[in-house]
Unconditional design. Sequence first.
Length: 227
Amino acid sequence: MSFASNAEIKGLLFDLDGTLFDRDRCVAELVAAQFDAFRRELAGIAPERYSARVLTLDAHGYGKKDAVYRQIIEELALPAALAPTLVEDFWERYRDASVLFDDVLPALRAFRSAGLAMAIITNGATARQQAKIDRLGLSEFFPVVQISEREGVRKPEREAFDRALRKLGLQATEAWHIGDHPELDVRGATAAGIAAVWRRNDHWPEPSVPHSAIDQLTDIVHFFAAS
């Protein structure tokens, strides 16, 4: 699929985790720090083994943390009482995480300068996602922030996309949706009649529906440079 011309596009919809927020890097750093903090309780376990297993079970945020750490405890033959402590520690560390992809702020500044309307559409808990958006310094760029718990609708449901468009005052043909997930973002946006832009990554397969693809957000800044 070819990119629509910049003359047709008046707004951009963005996914959050894996698109703006570099969640994988955040969690890798978090788990390494967690191992160091619990080195005595995890004695005899190689840090690389621990980190690799937590990251695998975390499944880029789609693994429930209670289940992740119960599985870790079982596999490593650790005391069962350690699991909830590790879960609590994970969320405490995650609460302070502030890791944007390096290309995000330059791209968002360029999009704003071009006069594009912008919205975030993210699945997740309202308090956690909103705090993350504020902490990352994204609030100033996005007059519309849709979080599934608050809205009562989740990607890939069409209403999640339609609602964001209504709030921005746009038609589906006047926006792109940019996200990393082939189903929630690309297929969901396409079903809503929005051109989908997939942020390539190594952990999700390439979407099976028509889409454009980028490696970083700055790949599309030139489309709007003359706006």
